[in-house]
Ligand binder design. Structure first.
Ligand code: TYC
Length: 109
């Protein structure tokens, strides 16, 4: 066994195989279309919370408006959850029904 050694006194030392450092799983934050949230508010949120520039924010907002759903960004689980909560709080303050969800990205080999 490669991770087991014996010295002259007969003491056997086992070396624990190093634990692989796995990359954290990443999650897509999905933005869902609705009929009531204003386009301006969605662009503001994408800019303010997801740090997208104006052009990207408008492009994603229009994509969601036209297709029903779109990706606002990809983050670790805690960051994704925090951003969703922040946006939902902002939306409820303005009484917009804006909805966001998250889904895990496929793991790569
Ligand atoms: N459909 C909304 C409107 O026409 C705009 C909108 C876009 C709402 C994206 C939500 O995630 C959304 N005012």
């Amino acid at each position: 066994m490669a991770d087991q050694f014996e010295n002259d006194a007969g003491t056997i030392t086992r070396v624990k195989p190093e634990k692989k450092l796995k990359r954290p799983r990443l999650y897509r934050v999905l933005l869902h279309n609705d009929d009531y949230t204003t386009r301006e508010f969605v662009v503001l949120v994408l800019h303010h919370v997801f740090h997208l520039d104006e052009q990207s924010a408008i492009r994603i907002m229009l994509h969601v408006h036209n297709n029903g759903v779109g990706v606002a960004g990809v983050f670790t689980r805690e960051v994704a959850e925090t951003k969703i909560k922040k946006v939902e709080r902002m939306a409820r303050e303005q009484e917009f029904p804006l909805r966001l969800t998250m889904e895990p990205e496929e793991e790569d080999a």
